[in-house]
Design a protein around this ligand. Structure first.
Ligand code: SF4
Length: 409
């Protein structure tokens, strides 16, 4: 049972290991070699020939990881333009990279990969697929000898694979940054052991049938991990819930959409925030997102706002990003503005046309990718904020929901 919990770790919480290298250099062989029979592969999503392939597995002691078998980008045919774009996107989410080298081959391609990884502050190591067992030239080895590397022929012999895996994990552990290895818990320092946490979860049209949404589930688990006491209720039963508690709760966390209703019920001296604010504090740059809110006051009727969804999800008829936020914002401003929606990994190419980006909570992507998306906006001088902050701002409750985090920013 315990293993199942580990194996079901959401992709957003897994260490993303990008495998880069020329076409046919042995990237897929390496991925298959790492995720061999001795390990537990829990999912494998193969795309088209131009897609990267994601494999999730346990790689103890690193924990749950996602291996990304990237498409080679050294092919300069027309077909490869799409491949190049897709592979370039992988750099955004890669926490640590393995560059697979062909023996005695070092060109602009390898230099370019290293450059892109350095630009993102992504640590990397090399695997030299020495399947022909030729002598490696000094000219070749001087390019990577200062980094961690393994020379291998990806043998299928069990004892050899075990040795290879042990070395690979040791190298990866030595280069992965501490904050990736030990993700800050969602409880951060706003919730402590044995405190009482009341979570208010509306079950409106947007709620999936028969289950809670991922941010709510992750927050419950984070609280249980530190032995906090969790009480979950809908906004309609919140008053009765509080009446039945002997003491006031230490904190109330609610969905952004019911902030006003909840604030009408809870005592003024109880700490209060939203799931969305917690995620933006934990997963992105809280200060930048908060700064982005100021752009709302500068919006004009001709302004364009981008609603950025990090995944393509099924939008309900009262979808928070596509329907509720545009309505709330237009009402607050007193005029209509144009909203575009981007869904999935890609932003629109001409990001500069937007006066503001309002990003979703990014529950399906890892922190590295969230920060990459934020940096694209910052580098184009486009203010960026998120759903939770916008909803709280237009409801005049932003000061209250960010209060628990103020001392940390
Ligand atoms: S759109 Fe964003 S917040 Fe919504 S499910 Fe996708 S990643 Fe999560």
């Amino acid at each position: 049972m315990e293993n199942n919990i580990e194996l079901n770790t959401p992709k957003s919480l897994r260490i993303h290991i990008g495998i880069f290298g020329r076409t046919n250099v042995g990237k897929s062989t390496l991925v298959n070699y790492i995720s061999g029979q001795d390990t537990s592969i829990v999912s494998s999503i193969a795309g088209t020939t131009t897609d990267s392939v994601y494999k999730s597995m346990e790689l103890s002691p690193l924990g749950p990881v996602t291996l990304i078998d990237t498409a080679g980008i050294d092919d300069i045919s027309d077909l490869s333009k799409e491949r190049i774009e897709r592979t370039t996107k992988v750099f955004d989410s890669t926490d640590v990279a393995i560059i697979v080298l062909e023996q005695n081959v070092w060109t602009e391609y390898e230099k370019n990969i290293i450059q892109q990884l350095n630009d993102k502050n992504t640590p990397f190591m090399f695997v030299i697929n020495n399947y022909k067992k030729e002598q490696l030239s000094t000219d070749f080895t001087k390019n990577f000898s200062q980094y961690k590397f393994i020379e291998t022929e990806l043998s299928q012999k069990k004892e050899y694979r075990e040795h290879f895996l042990a070395t690979l994990k040791q190298h990866l552990l030595s280069i992965i940054s501490e904050d990736v290895l030990n993700l800050q818990p969602l409880t951060q320092n706003i919730i402590k052991s044995f405190q009482t946490v009341v979570m208010v979860v509306p079950l409106d049209l947007g709620a999936p049938k028969g289950r809670l949404i991922l941010p709510q589930v992750q927050m419950i688990r984070a609280c249980l991990d530190i032995n906090a006491i969790v009480i979950i209720t809908k906004e309609t039963e919140l008053k009765q819930t509080l009446e039945r508690l002997k003491d006031k709760p230490d904190i109330v966390i609610c969905d952004s959409q019911v902030v006003k209703k909840v604030l009408d019920i809870i005592p003024k001296d109880v700490a209060f925030t939203t799931f969305s604010i917690i995620f933006s504090s934990n997963k992105s740059d809280f200060k930048t997102m908060l700064e982005g809110i100021k752009a709302i006051k500068n919006l004009k009727p001709e302004s364009k706002v981008l609603i950025a969804e990090a995944c393509s999800h099924h939008a309900s008829k009262d979808d928070i990003g596509r329907v509720k936020i545009p309505k709330l914002l237009s009402k607050y401003l007193g005029f209509d503005i144009k909203f575009d929606v981007s869904s999935g990994m890609d932003y629109p190419k001409n990001l500069e046309q937007y006066s503001l980006i309002i990003h979703c909570g990014g529950c399906m992507i890892n922190k590295k990718q969230m920060i990459s998306r934020l940096n694209y906006a910052v580098n184009k001088n486009v203010p960026i904020t998120n759903y939770g902050m916008v909803i709280s701002f237009v409801n005049n409750t932003l000061d209250r929901v960010i209060q628990p985090f103020i001392k940390n920013i």
